[in-house]
Design a protein. Structure first.
Length: 89
């Protein structure tokens, strides 16, 4: 396990140096962050649950009609909000 931890730390350092040299500002999630998450999940069951929840959240769609009440619409460009009362469609 010590070897894996050292390899992850070395990977994080090399990745940070590469991003600094290439002047990469924001490129999403880093490889070393994923490695650290998996390493932590090996010891903490709550971390595994958290990672699985994040993965399922990324797969689910977020539709405009999913909110409560589902028929309300907000148009920011025109500055109008349409609110439909229950039973008055």
């Amino acid at each position: 396990m010590e070897l894996v931890a050292c390899a992850l730390i070395l990977l994080a350092i090399l990745e940070r140096l590469w991003k600094w040299a290439a002047k990469v500002r924001k490129s999403g999630r880093s490889i070393s962050a994923t490695g650290f998450d998996e390493f932590t999940a090996a010891f903490l069951s709550t971390k595994r649950i958290q990672l699985e929840q994040q993965q399922s959240d990324m797969l689910l769609r977020d539709d405009e009609t999913d909110g409560a009440p589902p028929t309300n619409r907000t148009d920011l460009n025109s500055g109008k909000i349409v609110i439909v009362l229950p039973g008055k469609k």
